[in-house]
Design a protein around this ligand. Structure first.
Ligand SMILES: [Cu+2]
Length: 144
């Protein structure tokens, strides 16, 4: 092969890969909060009222996303992966049948309408400190 032709082919392949890499990177960020082995990332996330927050399990571990019933605003409806009506229902379902489980690659989403701090936990990793908070505010800032 002619050496000049070979070099230009390599150069254009390199460019194509770099562009494809950029597109792939942004496409993977279709979630707001990732779940690593035992952490929510970021663990505090601020949103405006009416925002749907999306979590994705980015690890091989199974997780739950379970609101603390006593640690969300009084006016807010209870929320948890699995759709349970209370924290005690969510914990009971986890104990009896791993209810609310979000497996690798799966997502959970919830729309937040009530201003204030909504604290939540991953039931199986609670002892590891896997908890987080969604802060619903008119002026969100997420300086990461
Ligand atoms: Cu977990």
């Amino acid at each position: 092969m002619d050496r000049r032709v070979f070099l230009s082919t390599v150069a254009s392949v390199g460019t194509t890969v770099a562009i494809a890499g950029c597109i792939g990177g942004s496409a993977q960020e279709d979630y707001d909060i990732g779940m690593s082995t035992n952490r929510f990332r970021p663990n505090t996330f601020e949103v405006e009222p009416g925002t749907t927050v999306v979590w994705q399990n980015t690890s091989k571990q199974g997780h739950t996303i379970t609101a603390y019933g006593d640690d969300i605003p009084d006016e807010a409806e209870y929320w948890a992966s699995g759709g349970f009506d209370s924290e005690s229902d969510a914990r009971e379902a986890w104990r009896s049948s791993t209810g609310g489980l979000i497996t690798q690659g799966k997502t959970f989403e919830h729309e937040f309408t009530t201003l204030g701090t909504h604290s939540y936990v991953c039931i199986p990793h609670e002892a590891d400190g896997m908890s987080g908070a969604i802060v619903v505010t008119e002026n969100p800032s997420n300086d990461q």
